[in-house]
Write a new protein. Structure first.
Ligand code: ADP
Length: 552
């Protein structure tokens, strides 16, 4: 205290004669001023009021006649806000100059004091001087994070600034900085809130919030459209207005579930509109928590899926009809085909008398094409049964190594004919799967058959059985054929898809084998996929459960 008083006395005597009439502020009045400003700054979010009040207070306490406040943009290039006091021609007070002082302060983060601006090179362009200002002080308006601008005070009389005056200006600058920062934060928050409110209002989904007792708190535009209640009608009511009669506990159960296990998604529920029409809704419900464990309410997001559900149901019906049609037609085709094949066999066996070499060739062609047609019909029938859900698996515990050997043995003759090495990489000990024997054989025959079909002579096909984690067994068929380019890999499991292959011999397939295999693998809960194999050939792998799933 004594120190400051001394300092002040020194400052006062330095002012000399010319400043005799000035009121010399003491420390108490400084503190009082600071307190007033601090109060305004913390209580008000009106930044222009705070800036104006602070400037006036600074001039009043120093008994100065000229002052200004400048708030600059983030790069301190443009003035965003400006107040002037006491300038005869405020325009004289060029921003260019002001900016030079601000740049200086932004760097130094300290006030810039000029007891005599005529001696201060920074005031060289004389705008202050033209105004008759002799002494001036500039304090940075700054928070801990950044400098916002400057608070300037000037006197047309000579004034030697005391330390306490400089400190006060600096403190004012800080107050203003904090006030601006708060206002900015508040503004950002308000804008963020507006942005979210806008998003919610314009969302395509109904967004409804309730309190913990299902009373509706907010109701967006989509909720009005989907459920037919205007915001004013819905807010304040219970959400039970949307629940169809006969489900008195639905919301309560839902609340309990969400509180216990967290947000739920993709629930499909029935809801009743204001006009009494029932709709299907996809619903997601999340708890709204203010504290860690306390649920204050719920957020419901709902989408009207009535049309979609109707469409899906119709699609299912059509699919069913298509499957039945395919199944009927296939049966119908089979009977004449059996007759054609039987007749060709009989003729080839010589029952109808000796055949010329040409007749034998023609009959052979009839027989092999009838066989192909037969395979196609079988595949079509299989697929339509799978798709119609008409295939029941008969799973059992199977020694899969033996099954692989069995499939390989059936196709060994085909491999030998094409001079392809067919190997089974033996597992050290018997490996078991929980699967339907016939279906596993069908998948294996399909994959091994394809591998032999697409691998050129002298190539290699290797079948392997491995563990894939504790729960799954992986079976793979690798070949040295042309391989599958990555862009085709996803498509080859589609129905009727056959890859374009330049070097491929005449198409000998239906494009259904992999689609059937995939469906059969998935019925077992497994996965099927393809990778690039030896010599850029293909590796088809699929998984089957290692053991019987636990009954739930
Ligand atoms: P299909 O063999 O009757 O044409 P699939 O569904 O079994 O029908 O196979 C679909 C297509 O995938 C085949 O036409 C072929 O282009 C490709 N493909 C299948 N297996 C292999 C393989 N091992 N090597 C190369 N291409 C294959």
């Amino acid at each position: 205290m004594a120190q400051i008083d001394d300092h002040e006395r020194a400052a006062n005597s330095a002012r000399g004669k010319s400043s005799k009439r000035q009121r010399f502020p003491n420390r108490t009045s400084f503190l009082a001023a600071l307190l007033t400003i601090a109060e305004t700054a913390t209580q008000s979010l009106q930044t222009d009021k705070i800036l104006n009040d602070t400037l006036d207070k600074s001039l009043e306490i120093l008994n100065f006649d000229v002052g200004s406040v400048r708030v600059l943009d983030h790069e301190a290039k443009n003035t965003l806000f400006r107040i002037d006091r006491g300038f005869h021609h405020p325009a004289n007070y060029t921003p260019r100059n002001q900016h030079r002082i601000e740049q200086l302060m932004i760097k130094a983060k300290e006030p810039h004091i000029s007891p005599d601006i005529r001696q201060d090179p920074i005031h060289k362009s004389q705008s202050m001087e033209r105004e008759g200002v002799i002494s001036a002080a500039h304090a940075p308006i700054m928070s801990k994070k950044r400098v916002f601008g400057s608070l300037t005070v000037g006197s047309r009389r000579f004034h030697k600034f005391s330390k306490i005056e400089v400190d006060l200006l600096k403190a004012f600058g800080f107050q203003l900085g904090m006030a601006l920062e708060n206002a900015q934060l508040y503004d950002e928050m308000r804008q963020g809130k507006l942005y979210i409110e806008n998003l919610v209002e314009n969302a395509g989904e109904a967004i409804i919030t309730t309190d913990a007792q299902d009373n509706i708190l907010t109701w967006n535009h989509a909720a009005e459209v989907i459920f037919g209640y205007a915001k004013g009608e819905a807010v304040g009511k219970s959400l039970t207005i949307l629940v169809p009669p006969g489900h008195p506990n639905e919301l309560e159960d839902l609340r309990a579930k969400v509180q216990l296990t967290g947000p739920t998604r993709n629930l499909e529920v029935r809801r009743i509109r204001k006009d009494g029409v029932m709709i299907n809704v996809a619903l997601a419900v999340s708890p709204i928590k203010e504290e860690e464990d306390k649920v204050n309410g719920f957020l419901h997001m709902a989408r009207d899926i009535t049309e979609k559900t109707r469409y899906e149901r119709r699609l299912k019906e059509l699919d069913q009809m298509k499957s039945e049609f395919v199944s009927n037609v296939s049966h119908e085709l089979r009977t004449p085909l059996t007759a054609i094949k039987g007749s060709a066999d009989n003729m080839l066996d010589g029952i109808t008398g000796p055949l010329s070499e040409r007749q034998t060739r023609y009959l052979g062609r009839i027989k092999s094409n009838a066989d192909r047609l037969g395979r196609l019909i079988t595949d079509l029938l299989d697929l339509s049964k799978i798709e119609a859900g008409k295939i029941d698996l008969k799973p059992a515990r199977l020694p899969v190594n033996l099954l692989v050997m069995e499939a390989a043995d059936v196709l060994r003759a085909v491999a030998a004919e094409k001079l392809i090495g067919l190997e089974v990489a033996r597992a050290d000990e018997p490996v078991h799967v929980w699967a339907d024997r016939d279906k596993v054989l069908q998948i294996l025959m399909n994959l091994i058959g394809n591998a032999l079909k697409f691998t050129p002579p002298h190539g290699k096909v290797i079948i392997a059985v491995d563990n894939a984690g504790a729960e799954w067994i992986k079976l793979s068929v690798a070949d040295t054929g042309p391989g599958i380019p990555p862009q085709e890999a996803a498509k080859i499991f589609d129905k009727f898809y056959q890859m374009e292959q330049s070097n491929r011999q005449k198409t000998q397939g239906t494009g259904l084998g992999l689609a059937i295999s995939k469906a059969l693998v998935e019925m077992h809960g497994g996965k099927i996929w393809i990778e690039t194999g030896i010599d850029s050939g293909s590796v088809f792998s699929f998984t089957l459960p290692a053991r019987r799933p636990l009954e739930i």
